[in-house]
Structures are given as structure tokens and as C-alpha cells.
Design a protein around this ligand. Sequence first.
Ligand code: GLY
Length: 367
Amino acid sequence: MIVIGAGVIGCACAYELAAAGARVSVFDVRAIGQGASQASAGVLAPYIEGHETSALRELGRRSLDLYDAFIERLTARSERVLHYTRGGTLEVALDGMHATRLRDSAEALRRDHVVARWLEPVELRRAEPLAAAGALGGLLIEMHGFVAVPDLTNALSAAAMQNGAQFALETRVLSIAPEPNGTLIVETDHGPSRAADVVFAAGSWAGQVHISGVDPTPVRPVRGQLLHLAWPTGQSLRHVLWGTDCYIVPWSNGRVLVGATVEEAGFDERSTAGGVRDLLAAGCALVPDLRDASFIEVRVGLRPASPDDLPVVGRSGVIPGLVYATGHYRNGVLLAPLTAALVRNLIIDDGEDDALDVLSPSRLGRL
Ligand code: GLY
């Protein structure tokens, strides 16, 4: 079978399918993990990122519950060390309105049996000494965490290759079309390939691949700029910090990440002076000591957003061999284990799952 896209979703699908015994080829015009994945901070936080819809929260929670076992199995299979932690997120209130909202969230989460705690200013200082001195408190959600995304995509692709998957990189997919016998032809700039099943994980670029008989994939790019800073030795945050205008993630290699802008900029992958200025201002407001950090680089990614902000995962209602796995918007890393399990179950076991009703491609048109 063919997987189109070597980002975190394509690599996770390739890994699960190859582990299940499938012969997998992965096509991508870029190197592994060089689309949106390389600009992700890897935050695993369904109760922050999924605020907006209960469906997204539910999916995020389900995928987060898979994460420990997913990482353990992947580490054993790939023989690589992955930086993965579940040290919690701390959402910090710098003004009264935000504090009220976070206190209410703490109550609502507790009613949903999520372990969440409002920390008064003194407790916040104890939990996270580098948070702004004037902060009015914070919401601690201990189950949250993060994974270093380059580690993850490298381990997923390595494990997939150990199970026989082949990666055809620098290979642009142009179109997909079914033959009369149901086999799919994937046309690339290096010629055609055929497969009974194709997993379409092309992220923001999904709409650029022509697929015979179906609507263009309704996914648009939403730009995110992410700063990589480094502190002089000795300083570190204990949690992922979240504010109204940024989040801050302490990666283990001494880097601290500040993200991310959310911009409708089409396929423009430039970093901008305005984006960097806004992130620096928001980051320093939350953690004033960041002023002393070195500036390493800006990463820019194009998140693939669907019209309802939910991923598009499931079999095409028009071309049975085509399985969509795209549109993960802000939650690709979080939802990778669940997406890969759904895709594997669909293709290998023809399995049903309630999540596929919510994620069904046909909710968005003739797909
Ligand atoms: N998941 C974080 C972001 O998209 O910025």
C-alpha cells in the first residue's frame, strides 16, 4: 500500500501498517517530517488545545491515553531514545478575567473527572518559579505533556523501515485515480505506482493532489511560527506553560520553544518580523527571564485545517481504496497514535470505530 505524506501522521500510519505486516511505500516531496511536523512543539494537551469542541477533546483524550504504550513500543522497535514527558501544563493567568476563566475551567474539568488544579499565586511560584511574578495563579493539568517531534518522526520512520517500509522522498504526488478493477494509480513526478490501498496524509498540500471523481480535499494551510530559544545553563521550566498569546515548551536539549502564531497566509512559509516580535513579547510577559535566552531560530509550519477544524480520517465514500488521514490542524502530534490505529484497523481488519463517524471525509463533500 502507499502512504502519501511523510509527516507525523503519514509516518505513524506507515509504522502501524508495516508493523501489521503490510508492504508500505511512503511518498513525499520533502524529507521526513519536513512539513508542519518540523515546526511543532509537540504539546500533548487535549484539555487546552481541544477547548473549542467536545469531539476534539474526546479524540485528544483517547489518543493521549494511547501515548505511553505507543512511545514504549516505538522506542523498543526503533531502538531510539525519544524525549517524551507527561509533566503537565500550567496555564498562567496574568489578568483577572483570565484567572476567573481558568478557575471555572478547573471546576468544569473536575466535574469531568479530569485531574486539574487551580494554583493560587504562592503555589504557582512554588510550582514554576520562573513564571511572571505578577501572575494571578495557574491551572495545572498533570496528564498533559509533550514529545520532541523530530525524535518522534525519526523513530516512526526508522521503525517503519525496520518492518520493510520504503520511503520515496523528493517524489511529488500529482494525482490519484482508480482503475476499473479498483486498484489505485498514484501518479508522481517519477512515474506511476499502483496499490490497492492508499493512505492520503498530505497535510496542507492535500488539496493540490488531483483525485479523480472526488472534490478537492477541503484543507487549508494555517501558518504557525515557532521560536527556538536557548537559556544559559541551569535554567529550566518544569511544565509546559500556556498563556493567552503563546505557549512555552522546555525541550530537554536546553532549548525552549515559544509558539505559535496562527495566520491565514496561504502557502507562504516565511517567518515574519511581526510574528517573531509578537511571540517574543508574549513569551517574555509569561516568563521574564526569557529576555536572557539566546535566539536560535524560527520554525514555520503550515497546519492543515479542515472547514470544521476536525481531522479528516476514514475511507472515501467514492473510491473505496482511498483512506484519508489529514486535516489535523493544531493536533497532529497529539492525534497521531489514534489516527494510525484507526487507519490500521480500517485497512487491515476492516474495523469500525465510533470516532470514524465524526471524522468521516464524506461530511465535507464528495470525498
Ligand atoms: N499545537 C500547537 C499549535 O498548533 O500551535
